[in-house]
Design a protein around this ligand. Structure first.
Ligand code: XMP
Length: 320
């Protein structure tokens, strides 16, 4: 059982020094690697890891072809300013082929997990001589996985999977006692700029968690474009998280006087403290109209835009 540290009980300075010591005592004089996606959790763990290990931590950004527009450059630039070198690993084809023909949500998550952990990290660990992977798993990831709601891409031990035996390395998870609100405090205390610690959460399976049905480069590009619109228009709402989801079903629409059997985007925008429960943000009708017209204008092939008004539970935050 992991013992929770709530944001209220968290003493960031003590937490940071304790975790830095833990990392040092596990890795000793060896090497470790960590994958940075640019999200709050992996950004925070990257700072902790560098404080503990310096150049003995190799930080990589996995370009899986499922990330938001411009994400790789944004992350590399930000961490360069913070004095952390990030190597970009091109793994687009590996993820695409692992996801080819996969439509079931849990199979999708499993394909992504295996590609990350077995294929890519397995190879990077071998090449670098590292024995440890440092990652930003948080308590909410574990809760839902153990409850069998969603297999979060980064949870193993709690499912009885030994990473050493399955993938050939050990995993260190310094943030495992925290939830998102606590992670933000630790990130801020380590000098992450607000643009990094106050970002909306973004899931490990990336845009694949937001495409219902088959993943293809075209469908990812569609949801990527819609995501840019949604993030631009909702950034000042103060909401916990907001996203675009591409549906599988097509609906009859019309364009230039002709029938267009087009695609549907669902917009979600959540109020939440720690992602365990969430309610849809009561957006104004004006914003909803603006979302519809911008998505239709900027995303080819979309003929329907909807807003999810069901809370979690029974909804979940992501659609897959
Ligand atoms: P759900 O969709 O389960 O999401 O209500 C709860 C929070 O977790 C994020 N999420 C994930 N994060 N790996 C992650 O690292 C995953 O597989 C994953 N699935 C969902 C989601 O964005 C939300 O903040």
């Amino acid at each position: 059982m992991v013992k929770e540290i709530t944001a209220q009980d968290l003493n960031t300075e003590n937490f940071i020094s304790e975790k830095v010591e833990d990392i040092q005592s596990v890795v000793k004089d060896g090497m470790a690697i960590n994958a940075l996606s640019g999200g709050v959790d992996s950004s925070t763990v990257t700072m902790l890891g560098h404080r503990a290990l310096g150049d003995r931590l190799k930080t990589v950004f996995i370009e899986n072809g499922l990330m938001r527009k411009g994400e790789a450059d944004k992350v590399v630039d930000l961490f360069k300013r913070l004095g952390v070198k990030v190597d970009v690993i091109d793994a687009k084809n590996e993820f695409l082929s692992a996801l080819k023909g996969v439509t079931d949500p849990e199979e999708k998550r499993e394909a992504i997990t295996q590609t990350f952990y077995k294929d890519i990290f397995g190879r990077l660990v071998k090449e670098s001589g590292a024995k440890h992977l440092l990652q930003g798993t948080i308590l909410t990831d574990i809760d839902e996985t153990v409850a069998g709601i969603k297999r979060q891409h980064n949870v193993f031990e709690q499912l009885g999977i030994d990473p050493q035996a399955a993938f050939g390395y050990q995993i260190i998870e310094p943030l495992i006692q925290l939830r998102k609100d606590g992670v933000r405090l630790v990130g801020a205390a380590q000098g992450l700029p607000e643009e990094a610690f106050d970002r909306i959460p973004f899931p490990g399976p990336a845009l694949a968690a937001r495409v219902i049905g088959a993943i293809t480069p075209e469908r990812i590009e569609t949801v990527r474009k819609a995501t840019s619109v949604v993030e631009r228009l909702l950034k000042d709402t103060g909401a916990f998280q907001y996203m675009a989801i591409l549906h599988k079903d097509r609906v009859t629409g019309m364009r230039d006087g002709l029938r267009d059997f087009g695609q549907q985007i669902e917009v979600r925008c959540w109020d939440s403290v720690d992602a365990r429960v969430a309610t849809p943000t009561p957006l104004s009708y004006e914003i909803l109209e603006e979302l519809a017209s911008e998505i239709i204008r900027e995303v080819p092939g979309i003929v329907s835009v909807t807003y999810n008004i069901a809370p979690k539970p029974p909804s979940t935050i992501e659609a897959v």
